[in-house]
Design a binder for this molecule. Structure first.
Ligand code: ACO
Length: 320
């Protein structure tokens, strides 16, 4: 039986740091409000002209280096993003060219908002098990700073830009143990960027709109259920899980999920304070930061879980 494993991880945050204090000079908010409601202390903002594919490129290079793989060895590139460089071609194809990856390798984007990375990883894993692929690059990359109304304090304080990546390689022993993906399109209205491009014009709002309370409640509910559902499918008890890597949107959502599961926060990776909600990039960013600071080690079990617009949610259980 073919298995896949995570061979290396990487991440990238743009150089420009925007602190809560700096933000409170242009919009009616405060560091105290943002930290107490969300746990966020700062976010990174892409430079003018810095594209999602550029963020992805930096994270991808780091992941390739960690895996000891050349870009030319990649057979598959999957990018999860809600903020692509352009409507088409896909950011994955643009990344393929920027990386100098092999022409002829497969490349495409996945759009599942903040669950994008777990959807992309699950898709890459499934393709590798059935197809003729040895190495895949899976990236989550976003520039949310471009779809925020910077005058709307209820949304602009919550998000940031960044990218995270991993190399998935075929292996003899199981690394990716399984996944669960879900969506419920009835909740389209609680979190969206409703605008579209028609006849050369943007029609409707091009900015993120959110019913924060509705998202909060739904996120806590589905994230709690997801842990048990995914572990049960693989005969694993909560106590056997080394690390939970939840979508980094809000420390209160993360704490509520851990509380609901009776899990100690010591087993939960939290990086939202450093980069705010980077949507599809948040899980691979948190994974890479925790691998690099030595918390997550080879052989340990991790459960990555995403939740976001759609409404979408999903989890991937892996052994590093
Ligand atoms: N600074 C100061 N005051 C603010 C700000 C701000 N940035 N934003 C809102 N407020 C005010 C509101 O206007 C309101 O004032 P009022 O009482 O005078 O009307 C007050 O703060 C309370 O607003 P609430 O919405 O009740 O605040 P709440 O405690 O619910 O926190 C928040 C809001 C942080 C958005 C919360 O609902 C939340 O975390 N929701 C989850 C949303 C999320 O994380 N989304 C990320 C994308 S979704 C995803 O990735 C899963």
């Amino acid at each position: 039986m073919t298995h896949t494993r995570i061979a290396g991880t990487g991440s990238y945050l743009p150089a420009r740091v925007l602190s809560n204090e700096e933000l409170s000079r242009t919009v009616d908010t405060s560091d105290e409000w943002i930290v107490s409601r969300t746990g966020i202390r700062q976010r990174h903002v892409a430079a003018e002209g810095e594209l999602t594919s550029d963020l992805a490129l930096n994270a991808a290079r780091q992941a390739l280096q960690a895996a000891g793989i050349e870009a030319s060895q990649l057979d598959l590139i999957v990018v999860a993003t809600t903020t692509p460089d352009m409507i088409f071609p896909s950011t994955a194809c643009i990344l393929q060219a920027k990386l100098g990856a092999r022409a002829g390798a497969a490349a495409f984007d996945v759009q599942a908002v903040c669950s994008g990375f777990v959807y992309a990883l699950t898709t890459a894993d499934a393709l590798m098990r059935t197809g003729d692929y040895r190495h895949a690059l899976v990236v989550g990359a976003e520039v949310y700073s471009r779809i925020l109304d910077w005058q709307d304090r209820s949304t602009c304080v919550l998000f940031g830009d960044g990218a995270g990546a991993l190399v998935l390689s075929r292996s003899d022993s199981p690394g990716i143990l399984g996944a669960k993906l879900h969506a419920d399109g009835r909740y389209t209205g609680i979190l969206s960027v409703p605008g579209s491009v028609r006849n050369g014009k943007v029609c409707g709002s091009p900015f993120l709109e959110m019913d924060g309370n509705a998202v909060f409640k739904l996120a806590v509910k589905v994230l709690g259920e997801l842990v048990d559902e995914t572990l049960a499918a693989h005969g694993m008890a909560r106590g056997e899980l080394d690390w939970l890597i939840p979508h980094q949107a809000n420390i209160r959502i993360i704490q509520a999920t851990a509380r609901r599961l009776g899990m100690s926060m010591e087993k939960v990776i939290v990086t939202v304070d450093r980069h705010a909600n980077t949507s599809a990039a948040s899980i691979p960013l948190a994974l890479d930061l925790a691998v690099r600071d030595g918390r997550i080690r080879r052989g340990q079990s991790i459960l990555m879980q995403g939740v976001g617009g759609g409404f979408t949610w999903g989890a991937v259980l892996a052994r590093l």
